[in-house]
Design a protein around this ligand. Sequence first.
Ligand code: GRG
Length: 289
Amino acid sequence: MNLTEFRQYFTPLINEFLETHLKEDINNKKIGQIMAYSVMAGGKRLRPLIYLATLKTLGHQIETSDLQTACGIELIHTYSLIHDDLPAMDNDDYRRGMPTSHKKWGEAEAILAGDALLPLGIQWIAEGSRNITEVEIITQAVGPNGMVGGQYLDIDSTNNSSVKDNNEFISQMEWLKTGCLLQACVEMAIAKVKEKNADKIAALKQFAYTFGRSYQIYDDLVDVVESSQEAGKATHKDEAEGKNNTLTLLGIDQSRQELIDLVNQGRSALKIFDEPILAQLFDLYQKVL
Ligand code: GRG
């Protein structure tokens, strides 16, 4: 099974699980509807797929309980997007091609939908995994030493020109904001199967690092490629908005080179596995490479 087939098989299962349980398990149907609006708005399901693909790479037979854990990760990711879009943060009107939660339902409603998705996501992970290590990994990854910490650094540094040229600060901020959660998807799967083989663990950790670090760079680059034929324009847009990221720091060519280096490191680490699906995740970057 290649990654395309893996995605074609699991994405509908993930979507069905999310839709059914958001509809059935939430007593107040209105808040359930607001939560489901953002969850079901058509994300790529990248994080649950990484969790499941890592399980498969480690030879684990995927069960419905694993699907519940995977979907819990997606709920947490969706919470972060809803809150990231709020007027107090990025103030975005569209997400996943639809009006953002606060645009559609109101600001208080969007805050509460995000607030509700976070603990529900942790609940699903706890119920699905029955594994305290997985719960520890995810809660650390999205807390003050992870995603929220990264978001704080981002907010705190916007329009602060002194960090504009600080490569270390920007890498750290991007890692915490985006990389930590992606890395957690891999580490949770390692914890699930109680993997003991040091070479396999090291290879997966290297993959988790390279994918987690490269995804934000890719996401910024793809905006440039998709939003403008005249590539420099979008870089200036990020700069005009006071944003500090690898793209505004290094420019397009060097960011692309950094992406290529990370992809090569990640693919090389995964060579010890017969299973190709994790390495094929880097094919996602094709349009910017
Ligand atoms: C509000 C606590 C809090 C955190 C927000 C996730 C995040 C932290 C900010 C988003 C900033 C951003 C656009 C980062 C780039 C990488 C990223 C997380 C993109 C969105 O994830 P995808 O591409 O989106 O997996 P879909 O919609 O497919 O799920």
